[in-house]
Design a protein around this ligand. Sequence first.
Ligand SMILES: C[S@@+](CC[C@H](N)C(=O)[O-])C[C@H]1O[C@@H](n2cnc3c(N)ncnc32)[C@H](O)[C@@H]1O
Length: 257
Amino acid sequence: MSAATDRRTEASVIAAWRALGDPRAAPDRRWVARLTGASLERVDATLGEADQLLPFDREIGAAHRAGGRPSYAQIRAPLELYAIVRLARPDHVVEVGVSSGVSSAHFLLGLRRNRHGTLHSIDFPTFAQGDRPGPQESPVAIPRGKTSGWAVPDRLRGGWDLRIGRSEELLPSLVAELPSVGLFLHDDLHTPAHLAFELRTVEPKLARGAVVLADNTVWTGVAFPRWAKHLGVPWYRRRRSDLVGLRAPDGSGVRAR
Ligand SMILES: C[S@@+](CC[C@H](N)C(=O)[O-])C[C@H]1O[C@@H](n2cnc3c(N)ncnc32)[C@H](O)[C@@H]1O
């Protein structure tokens, strides 16, 4: 990649994360490369598509501000989620934990660009008391009158399988319905037992080389590293954060994508 292309990619990425209003969104290209097995050049090329995400990220940022969430606590790696979808080309993406829908929107953007694959999301929403969540309320609370995924632009919603309810009740049947899971994100109830339950539930359907991500692992102790050990693969931390991921083995018992 030339220095000029490098600079253009960086400028697109910076613009996209500013539009989201969250400086934490600066992407970790090495993390994406480790998780997908792609070269850094391919990762950079995919992140270079960030300029095409800009109109969507501006719309999501504007929806957050209108909903009283100027500094909404969202997934810290939306651009990486997009890049992982582009590079891994999953048939089925499963995420648990939607709230306003930053992660969902970036998965949907990647799938749309791939012209392939479906996003299945589960959320048990936490509602705010009023139209604008108060300072004492959960940072993931949904403003009155809205529901899970409220900031996802309408033009991205076609084909989105969004299910409202507790993961404990919905995830096993969703996974049973799917032929395979090519990408999984845990971003809901952050307890060790709950994360372990979700990882155990998706494991039998993981596609070869599937990417599995878990956020806020500061609260889930050894649940993720222990599962990685059980699979016999390394796990990777995004920068110094507690958003982690692994690439499922290619071995037997793991399904075709
Ligand atoms: C951190 S937010 C998700 C943020 C989202 N991934 C994003 O990028 O904007 C966590 C969400 O999980 C929901 N949740 C909490 N416990 C849950 C459970 N047991 N099953 C499903 N969703 C749950 C919360 O209400 C909230 O909407």
